[in-house]
Design a protein around this ligand. Structure first.
Ligand code: FAD
Length: 295
């Protein structure tokens, strides 16, 4: 176990590092302290309670405010070569990109993980958010995840029920890091998995605003309905704040022009939410995590 103060003293933590390049929105301020971690062992850190912590994966579900994050950002960066496969189970460190999990599973004729090709997050982000698409969620394929608590210095291994995985939710807190996850696949063929991945990619090209700056669905779907359908029905596609606008392709996405500020994205989210509540009584809950904004 490494103490935060020792990391700083050893020069392994950098100061005032811009976070924009590490998020899919490509905007946001600096991290007061920034720690890139490339091995699961280097994540076993003890952080004092007065230092705020943000665990960062692929930044595909985040908007970081212009004023940045006034604490320690722990950035998981793991190579796909660290994926291991045995007996149709796939194990990967928390920082491995999900599309690489899908591709490696296909290469090794492991079925059931192809949906990950469409989610541009990391293994750890998928567990934290219970990411899912096309009828499958992380909890459906997770055997267990190994987590580390940054305040208590405790490691644990838990299955999907113990992690409280539910629709875009886990019981993990901001103090927990997913070090690694083990996924349950089923025997398949490379051809079948490649075809499944192609179908996921085709569907996304058709329904989502690919190639633009966004962080996926802005709001969780309310019980029995789709946030995108509600926003679309209220005619809010194209609504804008500065350089941010509600996607014409999918109403639950907010796209950012390269000149957009994080605050414009945040304010547009708040305006859509307030409009939906005023006109339908439905209170949408953000799925995207807004970091460094006033509540
Ligand atoms: P980040 O954005 O880096 O972080 C998100 C949250 O997870 C933060 O609270 C962060 O602290 C936490 N976190 C990240 N890594 C770890 C870790 N190792 N341990 C503990 N906590 C961690 N999501 C879906 O569910 N389904 C979709 O179909 C989908 N489609 C998307 C399409 C696009 C184009 C984009 C941009 C995003 C989409 N997303 C989708 C959202 C996003 O990819 C997922 O939520 C993903 O799981 C986030 O992973 P990340 O590594 O990018 O997390």
């Amino acid at each position: 176990m490494i103490e935060f103060a020792d990391l700083v003293a050893a020069g392994r933590v950098r100061k005032d590092v811009p976070l924009a390049p590490f998020t899919t929105y490509r905007r946001g301020g600096v991290a007061a302290w920034y720690y890139p971690a490339t091995t699961p062992e280097s994540l076993e850190i003890l952080v004092p309670p007065d230092v705020p912590v943000l665990v960062l994966g692929r930044g595909s579900n985040l908007v970081v405010a212009s004023r940045g994050f006034p604490g320690l950002v722990i950035h998981l960066q793991h190579a796909p070569s660290e994926i291991t496969i045995d007996d149709s189970h796939l194990e990967a460190p928390g920082g491995v990109p999900l599309p690489q999990v899908a591709r490696r599973a296909a290469d090794e004729a492991v079925g059931g993980l192809s949906f990950f090709v469409g989610i541009p997050g990391s293994v750890g982000g998928a567990v934290r958010m219970n990411a899912g698409c096309h009828g499958t969620e992380t909890r459906d394929v997770l055997a267990h995840a190994t987590t580390w608590n940054l305040r208590r210095g405790e490691k644990s291994r838990r299955g999907p029920d113990e992690l409280g995985l539910a629709y875009r939710h886990s019981d993990l807190t901001d103090d927990d890091i997913v070090l690694s996850a083990r996924f349950r696949g089923v025997p398949s063929t490379t051809e079948a998995e490649e075809a499944a991945m192609r179908e996921v990619s085709r569907w996304r090209r058709h329904h989502q605003p690919g190639g633009t700056l966004n962080a996926g669905s802005v709001f969780r779907n309310p019980e029995g309905d789709a946030a995108g359908r509600i926003i679309d029905e209220l005619g809010l596609k194209g609504l804008s704040r500065g350089g941010a606008h509600v996607s014409h392709r999918h109403a639950n996405f907010i796209e950012a022009h390269p000149t957009a500020t994080p605050e414009e994205i945040h304010d547009l989210m708040a305006e859509v939410r307030a409009t939906v509540e005023a006109r339908t009584g439905i209170r949408l809950e953000p799925e995207i995590r807004f970091v460094g904004f006033d509540a």
